[in-house]
Ligand binder design. Structure first.
Ligand SMILES: *Cc1c(COP(=O)(O)O)cnc(C)c1O
Length: 235
């Protein structure tokens, strides 16, 4: 077994164990392998080991790599996730490249993405929420709630957007369990959205990375975005 396979199997085993420990079905949790800074060859190797969801954080970087992966393996059934901040001027390329955009962080960005899609085309989006309130992070402020709900309402008016849930990045904490309150807050916000906007399922909570994914699973994560634990440290 090479390092990639060892890492991947270890992550999968940890996801399984974390899910079972809170009596959740591990099949309800999607592993998104975050391949930023890693090569198309690394992506193909992970694909051959069974990974079907890949995450990138920059449009330009993803463009070259996705093309390469498609050239080498035209029949690969990959779901591509954009997990990093999206600039409005990159939305045209983003809707071509990605199947899921995790980082919708303003009404203006949502409307721009919506405009870029042909009338009959839809894209899955998640609303990024800055739960911790750190200046360095993007995302909707969850407070005041009235403002957040007003923004959600506008986004739900975008016909080409399929709003599927929420995404957050927890702060760096001393011990992984210390991240749980942030993940719990995102779940509670999702539960409020379900009450307020019941015509949407709000089925996804994208939360949990290399250092905190078990805490995220305990709080209901349905999508984990994991890079280093699979591909190794980024240089
Ligand atoms: C890089 C990145 C990840 C993965 O982080 P790791 O610590 O490598 O697991 C997840 N989400 C976002 C938004 C990222 O930019």
């Amino acid at each position: 077994m090479n390092d990639l396979e060892k890492n991947l199997r270890a992550v999968q085993a940890r996801i399984h164990a974390a899910a079972e420990s809170v009596r959740r079905d591990p099949n309800g949790i999607t592993l998104v392998a975050v391949s930023k800074t890693f090569s198309a060859e690394n992506i193909i190797a992970a694909y051959e080991l069974g990974v079907r969801h890949f995450g990138e954080n920059r449009v330009e970087e993803a463009q070259a790599k996705i093309q390469k992966v498609k050239n080498q393996n035209p029949s690969a059934a990959i779901t591509w996730h954009l997990v990093g901040h999206l600039q409005r001027r990159k939305t045209r390329d983003a809707v071509e490249l990605f199947d899921v955009i995790h980082s919708v962080d303003s009404v203006a960005l949502a409307q721009k993405i919506n405009q870029r899609l042909a009338a009959n085309k839809r894209i899955a989006i998640l609303l990024e929420v800055n739960i911790s309130g750190e200046q360095s992070k993007s995302g909707f402020a969850p407070e005041p709630r009235a403002d957040f709900f007003a923004a959600v309402k506008e986004i739900l008016n975008c016909q080409n957007l399929d709003a599927q849930g929420l995404m957050t990045i927890a702060p760096i904490v001393a011990q992984p369990p210390d991240a749980r309150p942030y993940f719990r807050a995102l779940r509670e916000l999702r539960d409020e959205l379900r009450e307020k906007f019941p015509h949407c399922a709000w089925q996804h909570l994208s939360m949990g990375m290399t250092d905190d994914f078990e805490a995220a699973i305990a709080e209901g994560a349905t999508m984990l975005r994991i890079g280093r634990a699979i591909f190794g440290e980024r240089t």
